[in-house]
Design a protein around this ligand. Structure first.
Ligand SMILES: C[S@@+](CC[C@H](N)C(=O)[O-])C[C@H]1O[C@@H](n2cnc3c(N)ncnc32)[C@H](O)[C@@H]1O
Length: 466
């Protein structure tokens, strides 16, 4: 049995009373593993058909499945093609409750490594604007890689603190996720560091930080908008008590009634300071009652009549004619139907890197931005080189030149290792030349460049399999 902090055990015993034995026994069970299908790439029905894994439905998550730990889906070509995201099952409840819609402005405030962001983007279907923010620079880069891997084109990845963002985006977002940094008691089965770092003082520090982040989120929400607050911890100080204080300080907010959900249990008013009955409408996932590690969730709604929303200024899009001509020529050569992208004019150049930013993104001068939108590629002298992210965004049927490698074959492994592709594969493209979209079982995974019958591998060096 794993070693739990003594004070944690005592506290949970005090809180749970008769329910304690069952709770503590759950630490003797194996942790459960989940993956979430990425609808930007594949439908869940199709994925079930082609999946080499033994999948079982997660009751509270439309795109979520349990898999067997020994199957290691993180090491499969489908993972590199962004067909799914590996995510702890209870964490999938957050976006279910958020219920994002195509066309909305959505903020994921504490977003790395990207579980909620990739889930939200799947629901948005490429329409609307997703700002995905992470305070720690190294974690923000991992988040950006996951946005790329899942082929997301309408997200901006930023590296800001919540206070700075709130000055920039007052009343701007329809929905916000605050998946707050917490003491991680729900991670104890899988994460030794969370067990070692846990102290009652750490719980208090987390609670103060959560209140600050949630207050900043409140500023950025439109009247009538929704925040989902969540943690992966059990302590009432970071859950019911944070929501209780938030509602007292923000009378323009209330807890939304999200009904009942399979596997989700009511919040505990008796663990708040005032016994606030409304807290019953928040949710808990318990590791002994549901097949998940544990979570707390609250859906908060801002009332409708909050005065006018500040008008935002738009960014200065790149107007460099030679760059735009270069990329437009490239898109016409690559794409069967380039019109939808050619109509877009929201180009931004970061050095020699060209991005197409979501049209709703406001002026971001002075902000720390890791990924300002869809990364189209690098502007070189008299030519344009497409990015890996653009390959993952595209679909096989959208391009003139493509090859398809079986996920079970040797060629895909060669490609993922960065080797040059020769023989039958390049011959299948006759004497053509140019950028070729590489697919695995029909799903885009990267680019190669065809010249003289040889396909030069453009799978990024940093991602290559050893
Ligand atoms: C629970 S994790 C987020 C997990 C993520 N939402 C996902 O689904 O993959 C909390 C995140 O908050 C970040 N964080 C830490 N301190 C913060 C602060 N003061 N303000 C905002 N975010 C913070 C952490 O770096 C961490 O990435």
């Amino acid at each position: 049995m794993i070693q739990l902090p003594d004070e944690f055990r005592e506290k949970m015993k005090r809180l749970l009373g008769a329910e304690y034995d069952s709770f503590i026994e759950s630490y003797e069970k194996e942790r459960v593993q989940g993956l979430r299908v990425n609808p930007l790439k594949i439908s869940k029905e199709k994925f079930r058909e082609i999946s080499p894994f033994h999948l079982e439905k997660i009751p509270w998550a439309a795109e979520g499945y349990y898999y067997q730990a020994a199957e290691r889906p993180g090491k499969h070509p489908y993972h590199e093609a962004g067909l799914y995201y590996i995510q702890e099952p209870s964490a999938m409840a957050v976006v279910e409750l958020l219920d994002p819609k195509p066309g909305e402005n959505i903020l994921d405030l504490c977003a790395a490594p990207g579980g909620k962001t990739t889930h939200i983007a799947g629901r948005m279907q490429g329409k609307g604007f997703l700002l995905s923010n992470e305070i720690h620079p190294a974690r923000a880069r991992i988040l950006s890689q996951n946005v790329e891997r899942l082929g997301i084109g309408n997200a901006v990845v930023s590296n800001e603190d919540s206070g700075s963002l709130s000055l920039r985006f007052p009343g701007f977002f329809d929905r916000i996720v605050v998946d707050a940094p917490c003491s991680g008691e729900g991670m104890f089965r899988k994460d030794e560091t969370a067990r070692l770092e846990w102290t009652p003082e750490h719980v208090k520090v987390c609670a103060a930080r959560q209140e600050e982040i949630l207050s900043n989120a409140a500023v950025m929400l439109k009247p009538g908008g929704t925040i989902v607050y969540s943690t992966c911890t059990f302590s009432p100080e970071e859950n019911e008590q944070v929501i209780e204080r938030f509602l007292i300080i923000h009378p323009d907010f209330s807890i939304a009634d999200a009904g009942t959900r399979p596997g989700l249990y009511p919040g505990r008013p008796e663990w708040s300071k005032s016994g606030m009955e409304e807290l019953k409408k928040t949710f808990r996932i318990w590791p002994d009652k549901s097949e998940g590690e544990g979570h707390y969730l609250a859906v908060l709604r801002k009332c409708e009549d909050e005065g006018s929303v500040k008008k935002q200024t738009m960014p200065e899009y790149s107007s460099d004619k030679s760059v735009i001509k270069e990329v437009e020529t490239f898109l016409k050569e690559l794409l069967v139907n380039p019109a939808p992208l050619l109509l877009r004019k929201e180009y931004i150049l970061f050095g020699d890197q060209l991005y197409l930013i979501p049209p709703e993104m406001v002026d971001f001068k002075g902000m720390k931005i890791i990924r300002p939108g869809l990364h189209l590629g690098t502007v070189k002298k008299n030519r344009f080189e497409p990015s890996h992210g653009f390959a993952l965004f595209l679909k096989k049927e959208e391009v003139y030149l493509s090859i398809d490698l079986s996920a079970d074959g040797a060629e895909i492994i060669k490609y993922l290792k960065g080797e040059t592709l020769t023989g039958d594969i390049s011959r299948s493209l006759d004497n053509k030349k140019g950028w070729v979209l590489v697919n695995t079982d029909g799903y885009s995974i990267g680019f190669a460049k065809l010249a003289g019958g040889i396909l030069k591998n453009h799978y990024p060096k940093g991602l290559r399999w050893m």
